[in-house]
Design a protein around this ligand. Structure first.
Ligand code: HEM
Length: 440
């Protein structure tokens, strides 16, 4: 779920919070204490008078506004060699949305759309106090800082046919194979354009989604949309890898940006890489595989913790591999305990490991989702799984081929929606995302 580099970033945001605290002097502490004091008093009064607590807090907040917290000040630049929202730790809130181009929307209309979207995101992600693009000012995010907002854009296969750009269609965007246990809903799969929104504040994320949808105007319409979440930064006493809705620590063995071959595995090289099926306009880009994976939580919950740990190959409490050590100890797939393989033959981490798949690697950066309780009483919940790689045929595809059926975890999952998107490199100053494709 969360990326392993969460740890790094959480530390960084803790640093930001600390420096924000020192920039906002002792008065801030006083204000916060006053605020708490007032809230406490109001709460106590509320016990007697009922309903007074909320208004007491509002008055105190207006009295002297508290500075942005560490969460609000989180800033991830929109411009760069790669788009934001790939290597950064997953945010607390996420929205995934796919659009189809409107009938008659041509290459020029698509270029204007990507320009509008890029300009809007540039404004909303500005450091300090982000602005809402003119014409979209609903005030929903009006009081908040950027809150680590990222908005990432990708192109599906349909985009190329509709805009007459089939000569630029990456070979790497070939349709994903049909995996035997897939139960895909086509209405919630694919799409001409894909947008991934992440922010550490729910209102900031919602606002970005509204702006993106409004800025599509009549050039594109929403095909499907999904909402996700992760643990909020600061919810744990110390930074740690996140947990998914099965309760496992998830993201430990992700490739890390500090590893020498990280960029080669995740991004199309700057020179373009015809050998990997990517045209030059994809330089610095990546391919996103998106899967809505439902967790069959009621069945899962019937397993003992020991059985759950055997399915994954890691301890539930601290994520340590069953071959021994702590969460970050290298997994030993050959280790034996009491005459049996420590990591079972069908354990998820054995079947998914690069060592079991000729080195195939991807960066997993997911959001959990919960869309309510179904008629059968079971939660419609799971993972909005997003895997990033330089080439899906050397990342997701071989691994999923092996997991499908061969993975003990697959008995507790159902892949319900799927998409594959070409995510171009980041925009430079004044550029829009996809400009090299649309004006190349
Ligand atoms: C809801 C579905 C899934 C859940 C709950 C899940 C859970 C986990 C957990 C708990 C780990 C161990 C911690 C870690 O290293 O991150 C893990 C590892 C991993 N998972 Fe999954 N996973 C899911 C789907 C997938 C899918 C669809 C793929 C790829 C097609 C995948 C690929 C991997 C890989 C490559 C690893 C690291 C293995 C290693 O090298 O140790 N997972 N997953």
């Amino acid at each position: 779920m969360s990326t392993s580099n969460d740890t790094t970033d959480s530390t960084a945001s803790a640093g930001t919070a600390a420096s924000a605290g020192s920039a906002a002097p002792a008065a801030a502490g006083v204000t916060r204490r006053r605020l708490l004091g007032t809230a406490g008093a109001a709460g106590a009064a509320g016990l007697v008078a009922g309903g007074a607590a909320g208004s007491g807090i509002a008055v105190a907040a207006q009295d002297r506004p508290a500075p942005l917290t560490g969460i609000g000040t989180g800033h991830i630049p929109f411009e760069g060699a790669h788009q934001a929202g790939i290597v950064e730790p997953t945010q607390a809130r996420g929205h995934l949305v796919a659009f189809d181009l409107a009938a008659g929307a041509d290459r020029a209309a698509a270029a204007a759309l990507l320009r509008r979207w890029s300009d809007a995101v540039r404004a909303m992600t500005a450091a300090g106090h982000p602005s809402t693009p003119a014409g979209y000012d609903d005030q929903v995010a009006g009081d908040a800082g950027p809150s680590s907002l990222t908005v990432t854009f990708g192109f599906g296969r349909g985009f190329f046919t509709r805009t007459g750009l089939t000569a630029q269609l990456p070979a790497a965007l070939a349709p994903l194979p049909d995996f035997p246990s897939d139960a895909l809903d086509p209405r919630r799969s694919d799409g001409d354009l894909w947008v991934q929104i992440g922010a550490d504040d729910a209102l900031v994320a919602f606002h970005a989604l509204r702006v993106i949808q409004k800025a599509a105007r009549d050039a594109a319409g929403v095909r499907w949309q999904m909402n996700g979440f992760n643990r909020t930064p600061g919810a744990t006493p110390a930074p740690m890898t996140g947990r998914n809705l099965m309760g496992q620590i998830d993201g430990t063995n992700n490739p890390r940006p500090s590893q020498p071959d990280f960029a080669r595995k995740v991004f199309v090289p700057a020179s373009g890489a015809p050998s990997s099926g990517s045209p030059a306009w994809m330089a610095g880009g990546s391919y996103a595989v998106v899967r809505r994976i439902r967790m069959l939580l009621d069945s899962w919950d019937h397993l003992s913790v020991t059985a759950q740990e055997r399915v994954i190959g890691r301890r539930k409490s601290d994520g340590a591999p069953l071959s021994g050590g702590t969460e970050t100890t290298a997994v030993d797939l050959d280790a034996f305990v009491h005459g049996s393989l420590a990591i079972a033959g069908d354990a998820h981490i054995r079947v998914a490991a690069p060592a079991s798949n000729s080195g195939a690697t991807m960066l997993r950066r997911a959001f959990s989702y919960h869309d309510g309780i179904g008629e059968d009483g079971a939660p419609d919940a799971g993972l909005l799984f997003v895997a990033w790689q330089a080439d899906p045929m050397r990342g997701f595809v071989p691994v999923q081929r092996k997991l499908d059926g061969g993975d003990g975890l697959s008995r507790f999952l159902r892949h319900e929606a799927s998409g594959l998107f070409a995510v171009p490199g980041g925009a430079g100053p004044g550029e829009y995302v996809g400009q090299r494709l649309l004006e190349g």
